[in-house]
Design a protein around this ligand. Structure first.
Ligand SMILES: [Zn+2]
Ligand SMILES: [Zn+2]
Length: 80
């Protein structure tokens, strides 16, 4: 693996902000009254279609791995 490139660092900064904003709790689980640690920042609007929103904190949702997988049934959650 190469060192983290510029995009990787930007993504990490974005992800950290999204998770911090949510108090590191999964926002989907919270809808059902569950408190689950969030580990993934998910793009609400897909970054491929909305590249300008890729690093917009408002376009991020903090999710746990299980909820994130549900957002990506097509590829099993292996998404940035
Ligand atoms: Zn969850
Ligand atoms: Zn996602």
């Amino acid at each position: 693996m190469p060192d983290m490139n510029y995009q990787g660092r930007r993504h990490k900064a974005w992800r950290d902000k999204v998770l911090r904003r949510a108090g590191y709790l999964c926002q989907e689980c919270a809808r059902y009254g569950r408190r689950t640690e969030a580990t993934v920042a998910h793009h609400i609007k897909h970054a491929d279609e909305y590249p300008e929103l890729r690093y917009d904190v408002r376009n991020g949702r903090a999710l746990c791995a299980a909820c994130h997988n549900k957002e990506h049934p097509e590829k099993g959650g292996g998404h940035f």
